[in-house]
Design a binder for this molecule. Sequence first.
Ligand code: 13P
Length: 255
Amino acid sequence: MTHRSRKPYIAGNWKMNLDRAKSLDLIKTVKGRLGDGNDREVGFFVPAIYLADVTAVAQGSPLGVGGQNIWYEANGAFTGELAPRMLREVGADRVLVGHSERRHVFHEPDEWMGRKVRAALDTDLLPIYCVGETLDERKGNRTDRVLKRQLESGFDKVLPIDAHRVTVAYEPVWAIGTGETATSEQVALAHRMIRKWLAQRVGEEAANLIRILYGGSVKPDNAKELMGIDSVDGLLVGGASLQAETFLPIIEYDR
Ligand code: 13P
């Protein structure tokens, strides 16, 4: 199966940026430009406080809207956290799990990842499970080991039958927000390793349904090259997803 048998997935992660008015403007603009969504999937991961408004504006379009994080319990004494069902309730259909900022700024441990991915799947939220090595880990030749450890924890409770609903994002930590994109060779190697691991974990047939995105300083001028890499099924975009002028050309990388 070649990678283009999987629908390209272009996702924007707004992180803690924009405000309510700018968020709604951006969704309106992208919605207006998007076709029927048949040939590519586009999703936005927005601050949870804006989810209800953003999903209301996105309605009637193929735009997917998701949260940037969840806790894995359905309710309880977890001050400041959000249950997957709460995101569903305000219209989200997807969620990021294990983003590098969650892991490195907020110290989320590997042990939580499998439960979060499982909780998302059980609530009908499509997870993008993020993995990626730090610069020290890459320099110390530990990239493969780190990615495998992260995959192991995230896929702990994923069954072959769930696989088509899970997306993996490879985001090298050193390439996030730095302007330094991984080289095509580095991306291809990491993606191939991830797909091989997935095939061993859930079987080749199920693994072939899982999309693997690249993230880290994706811009309009490198999107086409990145999408040209045989093992890249889509892009997870931070900074360049905050404005229509930079995000639309990434969505339309092949036009
Ligand atoms: P940048 O595109 O700003 O490097 O962010 C990447 C990212 O972390 C997306 O989740």
